[in-house]
Design a binder for this molecule. Sequence first.
Ligand code: NAP
Length: 488
Amino acid sequence: MAQQKPALFIIFGGSGDLAHRKLYPALFNLYRNEYLDKHFAVIGTARRDWTDDFFRNTVKESLKKFCEDDKIVDEFVSHFYYQSHDVNDSKHYITLKKLAEQLNDKYELEDNRIYYMSIAPALFGTVAGHIKSESLITANGFNRLVIEKPFGRDYETAQKLNDELSLTFDEDQIYRIDHYLGKEMVQNIPTLRFSNPILETVWNKDYISNVQITLAESLGVEERGGYYDGAGALRDMVQNHVMQIIAQLTMKKPTVFNSENVHAAKHDLFASLKVLTSNEVDDNFVRGQYGTNQNQSEISYREGLNIAKDSQTETYVAGKIMFEKGDFTGVPFYVRTGKRLSDKSTRIDIVFKKNETNIFLDSNDDIKENVFSIIIEPDQGYRLLMNGNKIGMESGHNTFELDHGHTKQQLEKVPEAYERLIVSVLNGDQTNFTRFDELANAWKYIDVIRERWDNQEADFPNYRSGSMGPSKADELLAKDGNEWIWKG
Ligand SMILES: NC(=O)c1ccc[n+]([C@@H]2O[C@H](COP(=O)([O-])OP(=O)(O)OC[C@H]3O[C@@H](n4cnc5c(N)ncnc54)[C@H](OP(=O)(O)O)[C@@H]3O)[C@@H](O)[C@H]2O)c1
């Protein structure tokens, strides 16, 4: 993670939630651990009329739980500046440009600029357009655009947004954030696959029976109903995070592990997704929305703040994703994600095929499938389920588990996803960002499901808060003779 560059960060939406909860703490941790070049400055912009001092205090407040050392925090926030700015007003970009130039000289930033879109997606195109028309782009340094999710609401809007951004930025200047790609265990998947021959040789359709990906949350929508009710789990989680995890698991081995090769491999992969027809959706995807819990102490989704009382938005999705060609043709990828489930867990369970022939004539039935699990959060580690003899004189077999969990000391070293991603932006490394063609193919896959669901009323709510989701999600696997490995 070495080789950071001096840079000016211009954060559009600098007074907002994401900036304060994720970006400033990430920048601060990089700063104090010396992963951020001392030559940096941050301009936060938003409409409200703040002074630099007021802004710095809000940033300090957001760092309270990370550091009690006032000296280092003060030193850090002295690099922060505020510019009151309405993104629709061209004049404000002229003031912004002047401030950017001043800070460039003061902090010796070598004309390097990172434009961070931490604002509503509807404004992404407007900002990018003004960055060009008001000449904020520098001639000598780098100019990189970081863009938050959601990138469009479907293929068409994603394409339109991309066209707008492309008028100012080339693809190699655009860093589309999928913060799952910044997670320690998700970044580790290619290394696991391609550096361990005992995994690499069996990582294909000949040996793998099915793959299960779970992104389960125990919390509900809480205060984010306004955003969530217009999005739903399919758009919010499956189109981006789930698809990118699948890509990490299945892309072909690149000749050299760099951004260009990884994205070429992912391109082929996304292009080989078996897109469903509308008639196939009901057999392959299940949606759900949480009701109250057993003792009715939790409110249902529809009772939440800023949520329509008859909302048709799904808070749960389970599905079976397949490929048309390649190393995983015929292998079901069962995915599920939901809110208010029994536990919080992000994990991947890879279920291997059983030996076709079994030489243990007296007891075939107790031999189980090997399962390799990658535990992403909240714990981090790996588990391998294996078969062995029952211990002692009794005949027959038992399973046992090889289990590795990162220790507390190891976990303390794990950076937040945003820290890794910001360093990658500074280093010009796009490996762990989403390229447009991947995202476009993922939308095309999702759009069929969305359209089907938008045209059919759902019988919601259909799962209890604190449960494992709708029973139909279990039936989805049972139809194929499979079952979910993680049972909450
Ligand atoms: N929050 C999260 O956990 C999260 C997670 C993933 C992705 N995201 C994405 O990150 C982005 C920001 O989300 P957020 O939750 O931080 O939103 P937020 O708290 O509502 O912040 C929005 C920011 O935009 C500013 N703003 C609004 N209209 C503006 C205008 N016309 N001109 C200039 N500034 C304007 C707001 O300040 P003023 O009102 O003062 O202008 C505020 O600073 C969104 O694209 C969201 O989808 C957020």
